[in-house]
Design a protein around this ligand. Structure first.
Ligand code: AHR
Length: 524
């Protein structure tokens, strides 16, 4: 790794060896309001996300509906606002009607996406009950892999039509007198991927997405519809897929989706720590692509981005495994155990999402429980927070008001995958009502701390230091486990000060930090 180390300020001796980064914040330089849907998550019928994840009727902590109350409490603590359901690859072979009505009559089906058996004990009615308890909005994905317009209309009628039709009355007979009022709908999942059941060309999918959107809008004009974008920035059709799909569906949809998973490959930690550079590039490229289609169509409308699958996922390990031969119910699939470096990357990906709040107006970390997830459980046993839980929960709790444009000066280092990248990345939010200013920052450097100074002279409400939290560890591979669930957690930031105008915080090597300043009149 080559690091471009800028000389430090000349005076105090400690500073002579300290790397420096700086930012000037201006309350008038607003990107966009913080969108609460940025803090979405994802529950797929996959592995143990649903069964022995959110739902385990035999568990000592299960409630009257069979939901694990320990998982519900952790979901609320995580600050999740929105949950995408029921897949993922699973949805592309799913029949929603299998999951409604008396449980004893529900079919057991093969799930071809994950080579397992779906018992259908949980369907949309149960999930809606869980979502109400978790206090989250549902983002519902329809099957456009093996199904089409009619089935999308049917599930919409079941969940959103008030009463007086066969499917709305069926919902009422199944115990839900009121419609669920689901606003946000995904038109399929990852239809650009050859692994997807019913995979289509961009042209075929664009036509189907447009037809489905038109039909759903005839039923309920105010729906917010998400067309499938690229499954990763590495897809051969990245960019051209979105162009073709939007040429068909631009005026009919509101969002195009983005999916991205990151992992440390070949021991290249420096590139992995800079994963947010790829997310920035992904967002900027798809915004430009969507806007260029809009310009050609002479449309006044802007398409926003739904980053509805993102996380760290050790995908290469999964792809290197032998495919399953048996057909199990809720097998253990991709239960990645996350370490300190992974948590720093997740914190940085949230910085990237916040930075793009003007166009990324929904996002879902994939997934919520057990399957590449911030929450882990054991059947009949405990639930605990993985390392990646902490930056998500703190960001969701503290990011309020407006996202501010954050122009950073930082030392840089070279990476194999992303070229020269800044060591420090940061974003800030400002809540004019409470006076809170929050800075979220990472230090990606593997050896040295960096001193970050934040100039707040343009704020006239005299903020004070309220709280500062850092996630770091001498052992970057440390993880949380059932036996040691709090091995890695947030700790009070050790070196932070504020002189009324400039915040100075030392970011340890490979760390994530959040600092909240509160105006004198603030109440929190
Ligand atoms: O989140 C795991 C899987 O990743 C999802 O099912 C799929 O959409 C993506 O490829």
């Amino acid at each position: 790794m080559t690091a471009t180390r800028q000389p430090a300020a000349a005076t105090p001796s400690r500073r002579e060896t300290m790397l420096l980064a700086s930012v000037v914040l201006d309350p008038a330089a607003v990107v966009a309001p913080v969108n609460r849907r940025t803090f979405g998550s994802f529950v797929e019928h996959m592995g143990r996300c649903v069964y022995t994840g959110i739902y385990e009727p035999d568990h000592p902590l299960a409630d009257e509906d069979g939901f694990r109350t320990d998982v519900l409490a952790l979901t609320r603590e995580l600050g999740v606002t929105l949950v995408r359901y029921p897949g993922g690859n699973f949805v592309s072979g799913y029949r929603w009607e299998d999951g409604v009505g008396p449980r004893e009559h529900r079919p057991r089906r093969r799930d071809l996406a994950w080579h397992s058996v779906e018992t259908n004990e949980v369907g949309i009615d149960e999930f809606a009950r869980w979502a109400a308890k978790a206090e989250v909005e549902i983002m519902y994905a329809v099957n456009l892999g093996t199904r089409g317009v009619q089935e999308a209309l049917d599930v919409h009628e079941y969940v959103n039509h008030p009463e007086g039709t066969t499917l709305s009355e069926l919902r009422r007979a199944n115990g839900a007198a009121k419609p669920y009022g689901i606003t946000l709908w995904c038109l399929g999942n990852e239809m650009d991927g050859p692994w997807q059941l019913g995979h289509k060309s961009a042209h075929e999918y664009g036509l189907l997405a447009a037809a489905t959107a038109r039909a759903l809008r005839s039923a309920e004009p105010g729906l917010e519809l998400v067309a499938c974008g690229s499954s990763s920035s590495g897809m051969p059709t990245f960019g051209t897929w979105e162009t073709t799909v939007l040429e068909h569906a631009y005026e009919l949809v509101d969002y195009v989706s983005c999916h991205a998973y990151y992992e440390e490959l070949d021991g290249d930690l420096g590139s992995f720590l800079a994963s947010a550079v790829d997310m920035d590039h992904f967002v900027d490229s798809i915004v430009a692509t969507a806007d260029s289609v809009g310009a050609r169509l002479r449309s006044k409308k802007k398409i926003n981005l739904s980053f509805d699958e993102w996380n760290v996922w050790y995908l290469s390990r999964f792809q290197g495994q032998e495919p399953p031969t048996g057909w199990d119910v809720a097998p253990r699939v991709i239960e990645d155990e996350y370490n300190v470096a992974d948590a720093v990357v997740v914190g940085n990906l949230l910085i990237s999402l916040l930075r793009h709040s003007d166009r990324v107006t929904a996002a879902c970390q994939a997934q919520l429980v057990n399957v590449i997830a911030p929450i882990r459980t054991e059947p009949g046993g405990p639930a605990w927070r993985q390392t990646i839980f902490h930056p998500f929960a703190k960001t969701a709790a503290l990011a309020r008001g407006n996202v501010l444009r954050t122009r950073l000066t930082s030392p840089t280092y070279g990476t194999a995958r992303h070229g020269e990248v800044p060591m420090v990345d940061a974003v800030a939010t400002h809540d004019a009502e409470s006076g809170d200013v929050v800075i979220f920052a990472v230090n990606r450097d593997q050896t040295d701390p960096v001193e970050l100074t934040v100039d707040l002279r343009l704020f006239d409400d005299e903020p004070r230091l309220a709280e500062a939290w850092t996630l770091t560890d001498d052992d970057l591979r440390a993880t949380n486990t059932a036996r040691h669930p709090d091995r890695v957690t947030l700790r009070a930031t050790e070196r932070v000060s504020f002189d009324g105008r400039t915040l100075t915080v030392v970011l340890p090597r490979v760390s994530w930090t959040a600092v909240r300043l509160r105006s004198a009149g603030g109440e929190r």
